[in-house]
Every structure is written in C-alpha cells, then in structure tokens.
Design a binder for this molecule. Structure first.
Ligand code: FUB
Ligand code: ZN
Length: 677
C-alpha cells in the first residue's frame, strides 16, 4: 500500500489573515474582479478588447437560432487563431473575435469569483457571476458542445484541429470554473454544462473511438477534478486516455495536420519531434525526462500527470512527474520562480539557458509551476516542492500584477532597460510597464484564481495530519481523526520568520507537520509538553492531542542572503542576487539611478545588509540597503576600447526592493542579478 495522499482544504475552512496576503486576496475581490468584469465586456478605455461577452452573446443567439429549427450560417468561417474586425469597420454582431481561446478568460474570472464566495459570501458578486453562468449556459449547443469559436465560425469543423484551436483548453477552464462554482454555491448549472460538454467530447474520443488529445493541456487536470467532484469515473478515464495517447504513434497532431493538408491537396509530412515538443507530443508522457516546449502547456500537463498518479495510484506516472520536476528545478528554473527561458514558442529553453533580459517567464507558467508543486506535495510531502511553490508565488506570480491590481505583466524578465525594450526587436516581448489588458489575456485572470484560492496552497491534510506548507497567517478549521479543531497561524514573512500556531477551539488527536524552508537558518521550535516530534523530508512533525490554548512557536532566522547561480548558467556568471526568506530582491532605477549594470555588489559583505521599509503605492514593503560600488561612467567621447585596467569604482549604497514590487513607480531600469565584485 502506498502512503496516504493529502488533500487541499475547502476554502470555507481557511481564512487568510496574513497582513500581506489578506490584502492581496482583498485586492482581487475589490479591485481585480470588478476590473476584469469590465474587461470581459470591453469597457476598459484604451485597452485591448476581450470580446468575451460579445462572443458569448453571439454564440447564444446562434444556438437559439439552431434550437428554433433554423440553420445557422456563420458570417465568417475561420481557422485562424485570432480574428479581428475588419479595419475601420464596426464589429459584426454575430462574428467571433479575439483569440480562439477567448472563452477561457471568463471561465477563469468565474473560478476566481467562486473562490472568493467561499471565503466570504456576497450576494451582489454572486448575482454578477450568475449572469456570467447564464450567458455561458445559453451558448451551449444542444449536444453539449460549448466553444464559441466553432459555434460562430463553423461547427462542422469542431474537433478537427485539437492541436491549435484550444476547444479542449476552453473545456478545461470551463470545468475548473464549474467545479469551483458548484463548491461555492451548491448550484449545478455550470457543473452540468461541463458534464454535458465532457460527454460530447467522450462521445468522440476514447480508447475505442477517435484518437486525439489537447494541443494545450488543462483538460487532463480538469477532468480529474470533475471526477473528484462527481465521483463519475468516466472523467478520470477520459483524462487518462488523453494523457496516454499523447506522443504515441501515429502522432495525433500529425494525423490532424495531414488531414488538413490533404483537404488542401498538399502532400503528407513526416512527424518531426521538434515540431511536437512545443505541445509535449514528441514522446509518450510516461517516458518524459525533460521539461520542453511551451512552458504553460508543460506545467499543466505535469498537473494532469500528477493527478493521474494520485487518483490511479500509478507509480510509473509518478516517476515521470518526478523526472520532469527535477528537470525544471535543477536546470530550467529562474531564481524568481519563473519558467520559460525563451519567447520563441513561449517555451522552456535548453538546460541552464536562463537569460535575464530576454526571459519569457510568463506569469501563467509560474502559476502552472505552483499548481504542479501543490500536486506533488499531495503525493509526497517533501519540503522541496513547497519551497518552489513559495518561490513562484512570492515572486513571479505577484510580479504579474501591479500593487493596485489594475495592470499586469505577461512576461517577467529579470532585467529591464526600457529604452532597449522600446527600440530592440529582440526584446519586443518585454514590456517596460504593466499593461491594462491583453489581446491574449491569459495571465490576469489566472492570477485572480490562484491568489483567491491561496488557502489551498498553504495547507493540505490527510486523515491524521495537517501540513503547513506555507507560512501565511490564517485561521483554519480541520478535522483530524474525527476531532475538529480551529487553529490560528500568525505569520508575516515580509517582516520576519516568527510563526505562532494556537489552538483556538475544539480538540483533536493528530499530527501537525511544519515545513522547514530551504531559506531558513536554524529554527527554534517550541511545542507543548507531551507532543511527540520528529523530522522527515523537510517537515517537522508534531503528534499529540491538540486542544484549546495549545501552542507551537517557531522562529526561523531569515537573514539577507547573497545567492549565485550554477556556473552552467552563462547569463548569471559572476553575478549575485540577494534574497530574504522567500523574497527575491532587485535593484530599480528609482532607488539606484540609471545604468544599473555599473553597480558592483559585494556579496562578502552581505552581513552588513540593513533592513528598512519603503512605501510603494501606499504599501509598506521590506527593502534592503547594501554596501556596493559603482563603476565610474566614462568621459564623454572616451574610446570604445582601451588597454585593460581595473574598473574605476566608487563606494555606493544599493537599495533593493522585492522583485514582485518592481515597476510600481513608473518606467525605469530593473535588475535581479547584479555584477559581483
Ligand atoms: O494558449 C493559451 C494561452 O495563451 C497560453 O497558456 C499562453 O501561453 C498564451 O499563449
Ligand atoms: Zn498567461
């Protein structure tokens, strides 16, 4: 028998009280969700339109016309990934606009709302979400099909381009939203819509039916979630089918592509491994060793694989997950918890290729990594997984959103020079300021859903054990071995490493397991008398009877640290990054002037670091002051090359702020890696 796996807690049972994260969750509720609702309705001035509400309403009209017995003739048929109104012309009421996966923006919004409703009921917000649910349900075709792109551009071509056209991706996001909505409200309207679409998909694809799998993964984990919510094993089996058919011969994407080529009278093409790496379809998933291709796709695939390993008790799949995890964290992870070293294909690059200025590091990819880490934690409580989850959450996930929640980064580089971004085509993917919205707006609503569901990353539990994976202040109610207790965790890692856990009420016999973070120095731990404790895999286990007043106190030392990358990371050679606890710091022009590359950090003197606070956008944040040097600027018209002499430097002090907070004081340079002297 394998060890028991753990489960995230219902958000009804976790109330995040952490000074920093409670604000973030509240910001999502008060600012981001209303803002995104406007975006879905194209009401943000000067921002790229979303087309979400437009497409849903148009599809609902098409569906109504079909139901009324009419024949719906699309005003324009399209195979394109993105369709836009003809220049200078008014958008057609019944045409699909935007990217083929536009439906998913609203599904993600709805999922975030559902989590927020679990945290705190709100009839007004729920009514708004119900409006979205009704719009979605109205766009569902009679046979369960639900994808506005094909409904509006030619339903006869549905499921013929799984590789590029994202209908299984939209299905996945619909299902994730539907489960969350069901859990939040008890309503099964959206859940039934998801089940009907799932049934429509299962009618066509499966072991004895057509072979096919999603070109952009997510349906795999969504189906597993649908199975967990409904107990209907057919969804688990469909997920497993999608996982196991991927990358097997004949490659389903090659079959599709060749069919399309044949329709156009073009010759068949052989499958190329490189072409299919982008979709992780270059080999069977159980044989995979290296994270490759489009980073979000790879991370979402890993999530589906980890769910399959857990729900089918599948050691072969678990081993594949572990290999992919090692590939990411040992060779392809930015220190900011981001992944995806190249904008070409929004993809993982080769091992150790982690450029700072041309980085892609899409916000969604870091979110996908956090999803994967949580799933690995469910399978095995190893602190390494939680370390990476925390690294992604505190750095790249947060950097994806401005402190006021009204603008967003898609790409999260570790070095920015605005002049270069604005003039150099090689950096055209790097935006020097956060954007109000995007034509391809996958990231902003993804931030909303992960931050709103943070409680499911802080804790997981088995029947006996409550795991504290993240030290984020929260009140949590949990049932251990039949006894119910409410615990209060007080923590504020932006300030210090002190953690107090107190039993507020109830009594239970069981185990509390506290992660020992990789960033922590020696921990001082106090547990109640009579509680037995031991350490295992980076967790401190404390087993005993937990009753009112019982307390655990942990003090993690959290000094500022100087960190270097493996010498195999060419881009970070002789450079240093400063961290404190889970936070990665960066230098910004606002504090340190222009030409940040002239700064020389002094890692040997890191003990002299002084902590201070800065107020950015009304928020008090930790900052660090470090001794450093600055290379003197050359005289005007100095020659480009001169005989070598040591650089002339002068003493300076560098002020560093948390990476996630950069670019909240206007446009300016930023660097995470600083030249080390
Ligand atoms: O394809 C859907 C989403 O759009 C991906 O996850 C992002 O990387 C962006 O390409
Ligand atoms: Zn994204």
């Amino acid at each position: 028998m394998r060890a028991e796996t753990s489960q995230p807690l219902s958000l009804n049972n976790v109330r995040v009280t952490d000074p920093f994260w409670a604000r973030e969750i509240g910001l999502i509720r008060q600012a981001v969700i209303p803002y995104q609702w406007k975006a879905l309705h194209d009401q943000i001035p000067d921002a790229a339109p979303s087309w979400w509400a437009h497409n849903m309403r148009a599809a609902a009209r098409a569906v109504a016309a079909k139901k009324a017995g009419g024949v719906y003739v699309p005003t324009h048929r399209s195979e394109r990934i993105e369709t836009l109104p003809e220049e200078g012309k008014k958008p057609l009421e019944d045409a699909f606009y935007g990217f083929v996966f536009q439906d998913s923006d609203g599904y993600k919004w709805l999922e975030a709302v559902a989590y927020q409703l679990m945290i705190k009921p709100d009839p007004v917000l729920q009514a708004q979400a119900q409006e979205a649910v009704d719009m979605i349900c109205a766009a569902q075709e009679e046979d369960g099909y639900l994808d506005t792109f094909y409904t509006l551009t030619g339903r006869d071509r549905a499921f013929t381009n799984l590789r590029d056209n994202h209908e299984l991706y939209c299905f996945g996001h619909l299902t994730e939203a539907a489960v969350a909505w069901h859990q939040a409200t008890g309503r099964d309207d959206l859940l039934n819509a998801a089940r009907r679409f799932a049934a429509c998909i299962a009618e066509r694809f499966g072991p004895d039916k057509e072979r096919g799998c999603p070109g952009h993964e997510i349906a795999e984990m969504a189906l597993m979630r649908l199975y967990e919510e409904t107990g209907e094993t057919r969804w688990r089996d469909l997920s497993q089918f999608f996982l196991d058919v991927r990358g097997t011969e004949p490659n389903t994407f090659a079959v599709e592509e060749n069919r399309r080529r044949a329709e156009k009278g073009q010759p068949e093409l052989p499958t190329t491994s490189e072409r299919y790496q982008y979709h992780q379809a270059h080999m069977p998933v159980r044989e995979m060793k290296e994270a490759v291709g489009h980073a979000v796709r790879q991370m979402y695939l890993c999530c589906g694989m980890a769910d399959e390993a857990r729900l089918n008790d599948d050691p072969e799949m678990l081993a594949a997950c572990e290999r992919l995890w090692q590939s990411v964290v040992n060779e392809k992870l930015y220190i900011t918890g981001g992944v995806g070293g190249t904008h070409v294909g929004e993809a993982f690059s080769r091992p150790f290729d982690l450029p700072a200025d041309t980085a892609y590091s899409e916000t969604c990819a870091a979110i996908g990594l956090a999803f994967f880490a949580r799933r690995m934690l469910q399978l095995k409580p190893l602190s390494d997984y939680a370390d990476v989850m925390e690294q992604a959450l505190y750095n790249t996930v947060l950097s994806g959103m401005a402190l006021d929640g009204q603008s967003f980064f898609y790409v999260n580089p570790l070095e920015v020079d605005p002049d270069a971004c604005e003039t150099d085509q090689r950096l055209s993917h790097v935006k020097p300021i956060r954007q109000k919205w995007f034509g391809c707006a996958c990231c902003p609503p993804n931030i909303a859903r992960i931050v709103s569901s943070l409680g499911q990353y802080i804790f997981t539990q088995t029947q006996d054990t409550l795991f504290f994976h993240l030290y984020i202040g929260s009140d949590v109610t949990v049932n251990l071995n039949g006894g119910k207790v409410t615990l209060r965790m007080e923590a504020d890692l932006l300030k210090n490493g002190d953690v107090h856990v107190t039993v507020l009420e109830g009594e239970a016999q069981g185990t509390l397991a506290f992660r020992d973070p990789a960033w922590a120095g020696n921990a001082h731990v106090k547990i109640p008398a009579g509680v037995k404790s031991w350490s295992e895999n980076g967790y401190l286990y404390a087993k005993g009877v937990w009753k009112q007043g019982g307390q655990v106190t942990i003090h993690f030392t959290m000094p500022v640290k100087a960190v270097k990358a493996s010498p195999l990371v060419k881009e970070a050679m002789n450079q240093v990054c400063f961290t404190r606890g889970p936070l990665v710091f960066c230098a910004e022009e606002a504090d340190n002037g222009k030409r940040l590359h002239l700064l020389r950090a002094l890692p040997d003197r890191v003990a002299e670091a002084r902590e201070k606070t800065v107020i950015i956008d009304g928020l008090t944040l930790p900052a660090v002051i470090l001794p450093g040097r600055r290379v003197k600027e050359p005289a005007k018209n100095a020659p480009l090359y001169t005989p070598w002499t040591p650089a002339e430097t002068e003493d300076t002090e560098m002020t560093l702020i948390p990476y996630f907070a950069w670019n909240n004081r206007g446009k300016g340079e930023m660097r995470v890696w600083l030249a080390a002297e």
